[in-house]
Each structure stands twice: as C-alpha cells, then as structure tokens.
Design a protein around this ligand. Structure first.
Ligand SMILES: [Zn+2]
Length: 507
C-alpha cells in the first residue's frame, strides 16, 4: 500500500474518510461533506448509534449529492484526548475496514482541531503509520486465494494542511515499519524455510543498508567454547550459527567530546531457536507448530538493526543472535548432560526444553566479552510462565539496572508495546543450584519459572547494565489488534527503536 499526502481538498469520487468528535460534533471536513450532501450526513448520524466516540465508525454508501462511492465516518472522541497511539489505531482501523472493500484508493481528511495537542501534519503521519502497520500481509504460500479475498486498497491519500511536514514525519516512521515488517516476515516463515543458516542469510541482507554482518559457524563457536549453545543444536541436522550485526552510526566528534568512548556500542541479543521441539524433553504435539516463532527474539534484533540502519540512527549498536534448531535424535543432548559454557560455568541440563537460556548464555557472554557494551538488552520467547503472569498483553521485563528498566518501560508506553517489571533476587538464584555442576538449567523448586530463567541469564552478563525481555506472550497474536494483524507482531522493534531515539543517539 502506497501512502501519499496532499492538500486538504475533499475528493469528488472514490472513498472518503472524515472524522466526527464526541457528541456528534462534526469536524470541518465532515461539515463540508454534510453541506455537499445537503445535511444528509447529519441525518444519517442521527439515525444511527454513532456518537463520535473513539473507534466508532459509520459507513454511508453512495452518499447523496456526491459522486463518492463511500463515506466512512470515524469517531475521534474528545479533541483534548487525541494522542499519537490513538491516531495510529484509527489508521489501523481504517485499513482494517476499507482495505478489502473494493476501493483502490481511500482519502482520509485530517483537520486542525481546537483543543487537540497534535497538529494536522502530526495526526496525518500517525494515521498513515497505523494504516501501514496494519497492512502487513503474509500470504505468499496461499496460492489459490480468490481475487475477491485479496486486499484491494493500494493507495492511502491523507489530506491535511502542512502535508509536506506530514510526509517528512511519516518517512521516519516508515523506516520503523520496515523493520517491524521484516521481523513479522521472519517469524511467519515456516521452520522448513527458516533455520539457522537461512535466518543468518536473511540477516546478511542488512549489509545493503551499511550493517556489518558476520556469521560464526560451528567450528568457530567450538573454538570459542560455546558448549551451552552448541549442546542445544546437537540433535539437529542444521548447523547452529551465531550472527553479529554492527551498525556504526554515532557521530565520532560528538562522542569523543564526551570522553573518547566513541566506539562503545549498546547491544541487543536475541534467542533464535528456529524450531523448538523441546528436544529429548519433547513437547506435546498440540500447538507444537507455534514453535516456529521461538526465534522471535532474534527476529526482533534483526528488524531493529534494519530500522536503525534504515533511518541512519546516530548510535553504535550491536546485534548478536544465537541460532539453533532444538530436535530429538540419537545425537541430541540428554537430560542429565553437563555442558561448559563460554563463560566457563558448567551447566547441568535437567530439561532439554529449557534451551533458550542455554543459547543466550553463550550469546550474552560473547557479546559482553567482545564488545564490552554500555548495556545489553536481550529478547527471548523464553518461558510459558510469563504468559501465566502477564497474558498476551505485556512483556516481562527483568533488569539489574533501575535507570535502564525505567527507560524501557517508558518507551513501551510511548509506542504501545507495554512491559511489566518482574523481580530478581538471590533467593531465586538459589533455586538454580545444582548438585553436580555450577548451575542447573531449570529450577529445582516450584513456581517463578520466568524469574529463575532470568536469574539464569544474569549469570552470563557480569556487571554489565542489562535487561531481559521475555516476549513469549507477545511475539504472536491470535487475533487482530489495531495496528497488528494476527500473526507475528514484531513486538520489541518499535519499543527499542524509541528507547534508542530517546536516550542513546548522539546529537
Ligand atoms: Zn524450549
């Protein structure tokens, strides 16, 4: 879907979207349309239950007095309550309602509203961004889909004063959407298509944008002593990989003035289990197909790097992803095995389905050891327990740094990817005590499954400021959300991009 911005002149034909405020107060565009319709718009609104409340809609086909096919009236609520996220949701709602109705082009009229904190150009850009986010489709394998079931909308025309400004604002947001789409695409692909090597190849495409991409093979990881990660891949015919992505966007001079730490990056680490059968501790077959998106954390890191490079973020950022397939076979890791991680810590593998933390143990340590980053944020579809805690509404946040945790939570609120901070503590760490090794990979006690998993990870970051996002509940959505069609959500890309923009870019 193409997005164009133009002058606030209402079209005579096609489909037109106009807004109405709370208590049926017509916006200037709605008033203009109403006068073209000789007052029939007001009459239609009165005849319906449409009150102009947020997210209410009303469709009028072939509105009288015009040559329009369709007028789509959207409720804006109160002008003073209009916010960016609400405008994005409105854009998403417009796409959801009109994307497959037969219209090739839809015009959306955006007005200056008294008492509203956003100007028309800002509102226009947010509406367009929301529509773009909602328009994601993954239908490449649906080869027999009827033409009448396919989306028809190919151009969204947003009408507003200051449309040149809207275009500029949207151009920045479009780079974020590009990263989100890449992530959604990667988590949607089936596990026979996306496996460690092919996912590494997908990451390699970022070199086009100036990202330095390096892929470590099994021999290299063996030489580095990554016994924890390699143990997980032992049952699979697919060779494990680790991908290191580097984006150097910080302005040297500015960074050097602050004490010569020009090269110190911030780092993102992702769990990339391209398919998680559970290994020898095999999962029940019901729902096992979902385990294709157990590489969601790695997918977010790749999408984030695409966004940062795409918008030329003035930051040095590193992305490290550990890619393995967890399969049962005669060569697979067994419960009871003891592996030695790159950090030197030995790990007793009690359950081969608690493999994400084993992958991250080596990815985190490698990242910390090689780059000595300012901070590390890891993302992982790590535990089912986090879904028990927080459902599909929020991601779990764990951190050894209060400032970092606050910044992440605040960014999540801004972009509508909320997180909830969970505790860490020695009392949880003690639950990982092993009789035969330095640590065991699942707790010996009951409960707190997400916390003990985070506690495990903390053993591999030393004193580095670190945060862990358990995204098991938010990586995939079984229903449509305002700006997220059902399927892979890309949760995390917008959040971390916002975090970088707010706190870690050089001026
Ligand atoms: Zn698992």
């Amino acid at each position: 879907m193409k997005v164009v911005f133009s002058k606030p002149v209402l079209p005579d034909t096609g489909a037109l979207v106009v807004g109405v405020l709370q208590n049926r107060r017509l916006t200037p565009s709605a008033k203009l349309l109403d006068s073209k319709m000789n007052g029939e718009l007001t009459r239609a609104i009165k005849a319906s239950r449409f009150k102009g409340a947020k997210a209410q809609t009303l469709t009028i086909l072939a509105p009288v007095g015009t040559k329009l096919d369709r007028a789509f009236v959207v409720g804006l609520g109160k002008a003073k309550d209009i916010k960016s996220l609400g405008m994005q949701a409105l854009g998403g709602g417009i796409y959801a309602a009109l994307g497959s109705k037969g219209d090739k082009m839809v015009a959306v009229a955006i007005d200056a509203l008294e008492g509203c904190k956003l100007n028309p150009a800002e509102m226009a850009a947010e509406v367009a961004y929301g529509a773009r986010l909602r328009s994601f489709q993954f239908d490449k394998y649906r080869t027999k889909e009827k033409k009448t079931d396919k989306p028809t909308l190919n151009t969204l025309r947003v009408l507003c004063s200051g449309f040149a400004r809207a275009k500029t604002v949207f151009a920045g947001k479009e780079k974020i959407a590009d990263g989100v789409f890449f992530t959604r695409h990667l988590v949607s692909e089936p596990p026979n298509v996306i496996y460690p090597e092919s996912l590494a190849n997908q990451a390699r495409t970022l070199t086009k944008l100036g990202v330095k991409v390096q892929v470590l093979n099994r021999a290299r990881m063996q030489a580095l002593g990554m016994g924890a990660l390699l143990g997980v891949g032992k049952g699979s015919a697919r060779e494990p990989k680790m991908v290191v992505m580097q984006w150097h966007g910080a302005r040297q001079s500015a960074a050097k003035k602050r004490g010569g730490r020009a090269d110190v990056p911030i780092a993102f680490v992702g769990k990339g289990v391209t398919f998680d059968s559970g290994g020898i501790s095999i999962k029940p077959s019901r729902g096992m197909e979902d385990m294709k998106w157990d590489m969601g954390g790695a997918g977010v890191v790749i999408g984030l790097m695409k966004t940062l490079a795409g918008r030329k973020a003035r930051v040095n950022a590193v992305g490290v992803i550990g890619l393995v397939e967890n399969m049962p076979s005669s060569t697979a890791q067994r419960p009871g095995d003891i592996v030695t991680s790159m950090s030197g810590q030995t790990i007793e593998v009690i359950n081969t389905d608690a493999e994400g933390r084993l992958v991250l143990a080596d990815a985190l340590w490698y990242c910390k050891d090689r780059f000595k980053p300012k901070l590390i944020i890891d993302l992982a579809t790590l535990t089912g327990a986090i879904i028990i805690c927080l459902g599909n509404q929020k991601a779990g946040l764990f951190s050894n740094d209060d400032v970092l945790a606050k910044r992440i939570a605040a960014a999540g609120e801004v972009v509508g990817e909320p997180v909830w901070r969970m505790p860490l503590g020695d009392e949880y760490d003690r639950m990982l005590k092993s009789d035969t090794a330095d640590v065991r990979n699942i707790s010996g006690g009951h409960g707190a499954g997400s916390i003990t998993a985070a506690q495990f990870l903390q053993r591999f970051v030393d004193k580095t400021p670190w945060a862990h996002l358990d995204i098991a509940g938010v990586t995939w959505s079984k229903k449509d959300l305002p700006t997220v069609p059902k399927g892979g959500t890309g949760f995390g890309v917008r959040l971390l991009d916002c975090l970088v923009a707010n706190h870690y870019e050089s001026k």
